[in-house]
Design a protein around this ligand. Sequence first.
Ligand code: SAM
Ligand code: SF4
Length: 456
Amino acid sequence: MVEKSQMSESPVECAPFGVAPADRKREEPLLGGYFVSAYPPFACWTEDGAAAFDRCLDQAPSLTSHFGLYVHIPFCSERCQFCYYLSHDDRPGDLESYLRALLTELRLYAGRSRLRDRELDFVYFGGGTPSLLSTERVETLLGGMQAILPWTRVREVTFECAPSSVTTAKLEALRERGVTRISLGVQELDDDVLRRNGRVHLVADVERAIERIQQAGFPVLNVDLISGLVGQTDDSFRSSLDRVVDLAPESVTIYLLEIPHNTPLFRAVRDGDLEAPPADWREKRHRLEAGFARLEDAGYDVRSAYTAVRDPERHGFRYQDEQYRGADLVGIGASSFSYLAGVHHQNLSALPAYLSAVRENRLPLWRGYALDDEERFVRELVLQLKLGAIDCEQFVAKFGCDPLEVFGDRLEAFRGRGWLTIDGTKLILTRAGLSRVDRMLPELYLPRHRPMAEPG
Ligand SMILES: C[S@@+](CC[C@H](N)C(=O)[O-])C[C@H]1O[C@@H](n2cnc3c(N)ncnc32)[C@H](O)[C@@H]1O
Ligand code: SF4
């Protein structure tokens, strides 16, 4: 539900944003970014935007909007061929000083007016590989964070894990400290495919990790898979999913492999070092759609473009849903993202620059973007469509503007291509629309942002 406090002060102007682009067939590039994770796109974010974010921290707090915390742990034991996330080896001492910096950064935030007396609703530890932390470091980090910003009202705490670093003692510490949701990076259950993509774990490690997680009694275990890995076939993906269904996690996420420019896989494809070209988008979507069908047969419900859950009432994903609805989020750690009072921000991403800013008791500000009312309207529309359906009435109530009027032409074009149905005030993506939602969303961007869209 959208809260009144999150409504913009003034309704946005309801002019249609030009005519829909022609319904032409396009080549989909194999290489480059694909997922839409922020609007307006990162290419628009600036240092002035970061200064606007800094100023908004001096505003009075909003005590009614939802509030979350993201914590980035940028360390991995090995770099996977396909991965674009910021991560480093743990050189001696790096992790220790990084964890100290996280607590200092959180203290800097907690001292600013906008966050005074705010209570967290959700927390997310992402990476990198948060499960690389030892049990002692888990205690120190989570205990230290809770002493700065209490978790008394927190409803969901997610902790990302890689299979080889899951131990029973660590899981017990996480559970005792309030973690409710484990997200496990599995990717595929085939040893050959795992090796060829640079994963450090094998199938047996996944099975052992899942057994330990289930014994520790977390309310939700999510398992990440990827459609389109090097060496994956329709058969290997199908068998992986069959095995996952047997293991019965509460939630299964199937990403489509993207090959951004900063990945080892990008260089391998560019230099012709692979035995065969990577799967194209048609094959990847086919595996995703077949995967969802298999999960539905096993009793799961599709809850968003990439995730199916056993029980949508109990196995939701607050971190994603609240952000898509405009919640405040503070991100701590190198390269982390925040969104506060309608202003985006990303921290410095180089580890030395991040650490030295925090050591000097400065927030590690890098780039940001202050959204106007029209941009907030488009942002929420674009992000919420990734959940598969929206009710335009809620947008009218919150922004004074109806997506059906503003984007009439484009929504009609989506409907014509079989990607969307319109039922009264509801827009519902078909399965074909859902599996290409990140390709379709940039068509809803304001004209000034379309040339900067990330997807290639
Ligand atoms: C930060 S990682 C998860 C935790 C842990 N580092 C691991 O890999 O086991 C988040 C997820 O992003 C997904 N991912 C990473 N690179 C990707 C890519 N190039 N395309 C699609 N999904 C990707 C993987 O499914 C991965 O589990
Ligand atoms: S997929 Fe996970 S383990 Fe692999 S490099 Fe990326 S963050 Fe690290």
